[in-house]
Design a protein around this ligand. Structure first.
Ligand code: ADP
Ligand code: MG
Length: 715
């Protein structure tokens, strides 16, 4: 047998053949280490076993049942077989049904005992358990309290990932060294790494799971904090590029409106940082423009790049998605063209030939401004004289992306645009390395987007409302939390009994509205209204085609996942409907709402709540009464803790491309942990700015793992 190590390919694990290996690769799982750090997306508390008579039909529970009859299978129609048997415990009897699983007749025999997991339903007077999960119950052998549930891809079951992960852990743990300095670990009462890794996958009990999560969330926040602290240390030591004084009039004459006060201030800040400097001369600018969605940050970037290009330096603008990069390019290149500034668009999907030409033009200095996605991070690009790097981050934090780009020109200036109104209390830590320009007012003439919170019972009226908006010449976004039904395994709708929070951002439960199916549904209900679907798994070309058609008004209703969140601008859109709104963070909802109300027409936002906890009702209520992004962010922080500010805006279950990919910090609502992680990071960097001391080498390596390169086709 092969001896496995952390970098062994998953194919070397027993039971993983070439097909499985490919499927795992699709989930980004290539090595033993990848599996170990692929944390479950939720857990089923199957140890929570209830007598049949005491269970409600709202939640899933564990049931310890004895099989009372042999399995009877019947083919109902082509492609549908039903297998049924009866089972009991001391409190009652129920009927267990499996669809398309005729093989279960070899599993269940009269008198044998199993632990089932599922949601009971009541049909007339009999209790039903449909497609439950099950494990044989053997006296003396303890079954796990919590069963991990992993993100899946077509053809792979969570059980398989579980089994493979167990093997990976066995291979990984013996040689794993805790990278966290012991002193920090003990001071903060954190579990050791091996304990955390073992229990995040296979928690011994609820407390062990909580300890594991706390430790691993701490690590993520610590690394994030390290990235920030290192960047700000660096800034103090270097001299920056000096731009020449320049006249902004030629550019301002092209822009068809007057800048707001906030925009003017932001532009002045940039001018001071890059042209005027202070007593200490010019330092590399590290500035963030924070302004609510729609406040007009793009034009500030446009001006900053103009200042840069006027001094014959190159500027790069990086957007989080291809859609947004294209939109920026279209808008800006039209302006720059009139000023004799050469602008290029570089995307992951740009053809190899075109890429080669652009690379050459960047290297020779022919290209003045390049706009793109993470494709800009490619090591094949070397700039002739990069002077300014702008990242349009929206919801995402790209400290390390910035660092990577920054590597291309140490003295270049950096400008970040963010629409995430970070609460002041978090801003200091999260953007500690950046000077802040705030745009607090909206361009004049903006209307308030009236917001409503409704439930399923409003479905028909909602349909009529769409029709009405379209009849008035408007367009409509419908945002859903997931892409399509995942029925790769007989995965019935489940809700984790406890730790419900765990599933909030990542769940793909069947009862969630999914974009593909919902689009189909609306198409039928809306008659001859043009409906299209947009999601992150479509090819970049298809996405662009749909987006372009929506911009041109050829599509009236766009059903999508959160890919629309990031900055698209269709002023004719007047209605934003958000399905399962309870699944989204408030700041995210606010961003989505900002997609409408951009033109002159009255606009509306409807939050459709799929039900759920009281807390989520009051959260949505905040959206109805509050329109200020900062206020919303503060409330989100109060209600939910800092976790939401780490959440990726990509609910498609794809890995966040570039920057930090938070797995656990996004679930953490422990402000204190957040603060301790950040002060620990600061302390480490003060003592050891490059993490070169021996006790920090492991941490440095860990930090590097957070940098994901060039995944630019994912958006
Ligand atoms: P965001 O800050 O969300 O990136 P954008 O830069 O996309 O916002 O701007 C939103 C819209 O507002 C754009 O259509 C832009 O042309 C317009 N806009 C920006 N600044 C002004 C202004 N000062 N007056 C009028 N319209 C403006
Ligand atoms: Mg924007």
């Amino acid at each position: 047998m092969k001896v496995l190590n952390p970098t062994s390919p998953v194919g070397e694990i027993a039971g993983v053949g070439p097909t499985r290996e490919k499927q795992l690769a699709r989930l980004g799982l290539n090595t033993v280490r990848d599996l170990v750090f692929n944390f479950p997306r939720m857990y089923e508390e199957r140890g929570n076993v209830l007598p049949l008579a005491y269970a409600d039909t709202e939640n899933s529970y564990g049931f310890l049942l004895t099989v009372a009859s042999e399995v009877k299978s019947a083919a109902i129609r082509k492609g549908l077989t039903i297998s049924k048997f009866r089972a009991f415990d001391e409190s009652g009897v129920c009927e267990v049904t499996f669809f398309n699983a005729p093989f279960v007749k070899d599993t269940f025999h009269t008198g044998s005992q199993f632990r089932f997991w599922g949601k009971l339903t009541r049909q007339k007077r009999t209790l039903q358990l449909t497609n439950p999960k099950y494990e044989p119950y053997v006296d003396g052998i303890e079954l796990a309290q919590f069963v991990p549930i992993y993100s899946l891809t077509q053809g792979i079951s969570s059980k398989f990932v579980e089994k493979t992960t167990r093997a990976a852990l066995d291979a990984y743990l013996p040689s794993s060294v805790d990278y966290l300095p012991e002193e920090i670990r003990l001071r903060n009462g954190l579990a050791n790494l091996n304990y955390a890794l073992k229990n995040i996958h296979f928690p011994a009990d609820a407390e062990a799971l909580a300890r594991a999560m706390r430790r691993l969330a701490f690590d993520e926040m610590l690394c994030f904090g390290l990235g920030i602290s290192m960047a700000s240390q660096y800034k103090k030591r270097t001299e920056g590029v000096k731009f020449n004084p320049c006249d902004l009039a030629p550019l301002l004459n092209i822009i068809p409106y007057e800048l707001t006060r906030g925009q003017k201030n932001a532009v002045n800040d940039v001018y001071r940082d890059t042209v005027l400097g202070d007593e200490g001369g010019i330092k590399p600018m590290a500035r963030i423009i924070v302004g609510d969605v729609g406040s007009g940050k793009t034009v500030c970037a446009t001006i900053a790049m103009y200042i840069c290009a006027s001094s014959k330096y190159q500027a790069a603008l990086m957007a989080p998605t291809e859609i947004l990069a294209r939109q920026h390019y279209k808008e800006l290149s039209a302006i720059y063209e009139r000023l004799g500034i050469k602008t290029e668009l570089l995307l992951g999907s740009t053809t190899a030939k075109e890429k080669k030409r652009i690379y050459a033009d960047i290297e020779s200095g022919v290209c003045d401004i390049v706009i793109g996605t993470h494709a800009l991070l490619s090591d094949k690009i070397s700039f002739a004289n990069l002077g300014l790097i702008i990242t349009d981050e929206q919801h995402r934090f790209g400290v390390n992306q910035r660092a990577v780009l920054k590597d291309k020109a140490k003295r270049a200036h950096m400008l970040v645009m963010s629409a995430t109104p970070i609460p002041r209390t978090l801003a200091l830590t999260m953007y500690g390395d950046l000077d802040v320009s705030r745009i607090t007012e909206m361009p004049s003439g903006r209307q308030r987007v009236d917001t409503f919170v409704v439930d399923e019972s409003y479905r028909d009226r909602l349909c009529d409302f769409i029709k009405k908006q379209v009849a008035l010449g408007g367009q409509c976004y419908v945002v859903c939390p997931s892409i399509e039904r995942r029925d790769d395994e007989l995965d019935t709708a489940f809700e984790p009994v406890s730790l419900t929070e765990l599933s909030r951002t990542k769940a793909t439960d069947l009862n969630l509205k999914n974009a593909v199916e919902h689009a189909e549904n609306l198409r039928q209900k809306l008659g001859n209204i043009e409906v299209a679907c947009l999601h992150g798994r479509m090819k970049a070309k298809e996405k662009d085609a749909v987006m372009a058609a929506f911009s041109r008004g050829e599509i009236s209703v766009l059903v999508s996942t959160t890919v629309v969140e990031v900055g698209v601008n269709v002023p004719n859109a007047t209605l934003m409907i958000i399905e399962n709104a309870e699944r989204f963070g408030l700041s995210q909802l606010h961003q989505l709402r900002g997609r409408v109300g951009r033109g002159s027409k009255k606009s509306y936002c409807v939050l459709v709540s799929g039900g759920g906890a009281e807390a989520s009702a009051s959260r949505l209520e905040v959206m109805r009464t509050t329109y200020d992004g900062f206020e919303i962010a503060e409330k989100d922080l109060l209600l939910r803790g800092p976790g939401d500010f780490f959440a990726s805006s990509d609910n498609d279950g794809l890995r966040q491309s570039g920057g930090f990919s938070f797995k656990l910090a996004s679930l953490c609502n422990d402000s204190e942990l957040f603060n301790t992680a950040f002060s620990a990071a600061k302390e480490i960097v003060q003592k050891d700015p490059n993490l070169s001391h021996s006790e920090h080498l492991g941490l440095r390596e860990e930090l590097n793992k957070y940098i994901l390169h060039d995944n630019s086709t994912i958006s």
